[in-house]
Design a protein around this ligand. Structure first.
Ligand code: EPZ
Length: 417
């Protein structure tokens, strides 16, 4: 799908089911490299990023089967290659996490600079520093990073910046490394806790996942266990914002509200009427919403992935909201498109914008620069009166399964162009 055509300006109504967390599945697929036996993964979202990583596993010599919707089996006992292809790796930042299990199993791996969303420089210096600390030699030639180790060694590693995928890569590298590896200033995302819980069920010895200090006792071998993926908190948050911005009633099901505590607290302070259950969130037409300053922060703070959709909502709120993006230096450039839709957003500097609302939005030609700005453009187009076209819509499919049909089911006038 290369473009989405949206006829906006109308309220939506209905129920929407949240899919499995993209940012957990990708790391579970990477961890499948540990096992000789097949693993079955359930609650997998049917999205492009998953297919891209499975293509990489297949290119390395692994096999995978799409057993049924949302259920995959992955087997890597015949894996023989350890060099990741440039064409496949350039599509997916998460491919870098393969370094951990590849080095643990084979002692070598190579890859080009990984791709991913154009939201900043996306350096990999922390991965290199951490793997070097674990006894890996790293060299760079022909636009490729080569990693080699005779034996990974346990280490106490302090992350200079909190990095989700760097935390996961070192955690995976440590699972089969003799001794005790300690990760300080580790990322605390729920997807890391879920990954660690599953690995512990396979015989790993990981303590403290979900906190800033993770301790991994290396074990000799892991035994494959099937795994069910947790709900995608970013998808759930995106749909809450969709309901609030379009003055709609939505019930968002199969989600985990406790993974969205800060986000939901901010929405309550803005005056959004909600009912919150164990695994669902009901949003009611909001009427007037109050402006609110927001600052993105590593988990459990407000997720940077919800910043673009939140900014769209803030254009519909009464008053001025300062938005500070603290994780990625390139994650605010989509606001030009919102201003073209008659939003009133001042870019104070590359990491801060001032949103003044409410401003009715006008339909315009738009594009999706990255996955989360893409869903933000869909929400903005659904708020705006008139028909908008969003180009680069494949970016949205990378993280939001079957988005056209799911929006149609709640009354949105959308179609693929
Ligand atoms: C993960 O990205 C997620 N991706 C991102 O989701 C998410 O936005 C991000 O964490 C923050 O929550 C996956 O899990 C696949 P980082 P990741 O390494 O791990 C700096 C989405 O939309 N940094 O935590 O790649 C980096 O520049 C995606 O689903 C270094 O300086 O992000 C950034 O400022 C987008 N050196 C900060 O850390 C490094 O070696 C956080 O990046 C690594 C990172």
């Amino acid at each position: 799908m290369n473009r989405i055509i949206v006829q906006g300006g109308k309220r939506l109504h209905g129920q929407i089911r949240v899919q499995g967390a993209k940012n957990e599945v990708l790391k579970v697929i990477a961890a499948s490299i540990f096992f000789d036996e097949k693993i079955q993964i359930t609650n997998v979202p049917e999205i492009a990023d998953i297919f891209h990583l499975l293509e990489i596993i297949e290119d390395l010599g692994g096999q995978w089967v799409h057993k049924k919707e949302h259920v995959y089996a992955v087997e890597t006992k015949n894996l023989k290659k350890t060099n990741l292809s440039k064409s496949l790796t350039s599509k997916l930042r998460a491919a870098i996490v393969l370094l951990g299990p590849l080095l643990a199993r084979f002692g070598k791996a190579s890859l080009p600079h990984p791709g991913g969303c154009a939201i900043g420089r996306r350096p990999i210096d922390i991965f290199i520093k951490g793997l070097q600390a674990m006894g890996t030699r790293v060299r760079y030639a022909n636009e490729t990073y080569y990693f080699q180790t005779a034996q990974l060694r346990s280490v106490k590693f302090v992350f200079p910046i909190i990095s989700v995928t760097a935390t996961e890569t070192l955690l995976l590298a440590a699972c089969l490394t003799p001794g005790q590896t300690v990760l300080i200033n580790a990322a605390q995302e729920p997807e890391i806790s879920a990954l660690a819980a599953w690995l512990n069920s396979c015989g790993a010895k990981i303590k403290g996942a979900g906190t800033s200090k993770i301790i991994i006792e290396g074990v000799k071998k892991l035994k494959a266990k099937d795994v069910e993926i947790i709900p995608d908190r970013i998808e759930a948050g995106s749909f809450v914002i969709l309901a609030a911005a379009t003055q709609s009633y939505l019930k968002i099901t199969h989600c985990q509200p406790e993974h969205l505590s800060v986000f939901l607290e901010i929405l309550k302070e803005m005056g959004l009427p909600m009912k919150i259950g164990q695994n669902w969130i009901e949003v009611f037409p909001a009427g007037r919403l109050r402006a609110h300053h927001i600052v993105t922060h590593e988990y459990p703070g407000l997720a940077t992935d919800l910043q673009p959709p939140m900014t769209v909502l803030l254009t519909q709120c009464q008053g001025q909201s300062l938005v500070r993006e603290t994780i990625y230096e390139g994650r605010l450039f989509y606001v030009d498109m919102l201003n073209r839709m008659a939003a009133n957003i001042l870019m104070c500097d590359p990491s801060r914008i001032l949103v003044t609302g409410p401003t009715p939005l006008r339909a315009k030609p738009l594009e999706s620069p990255d996955l989360r700005a893409g869903i933000a453009m869909v929400i903005a187009a659904l708020v705006a009166r008139g028909t908008s076209e969003i180009a680069n819509a494949y970016q949205i499919e990378r993280g939001y399964e079957n988005i056209i049909n799911r929006l149609k089911k709640i009354g949105a006038h959308v179609k693929a162009g």
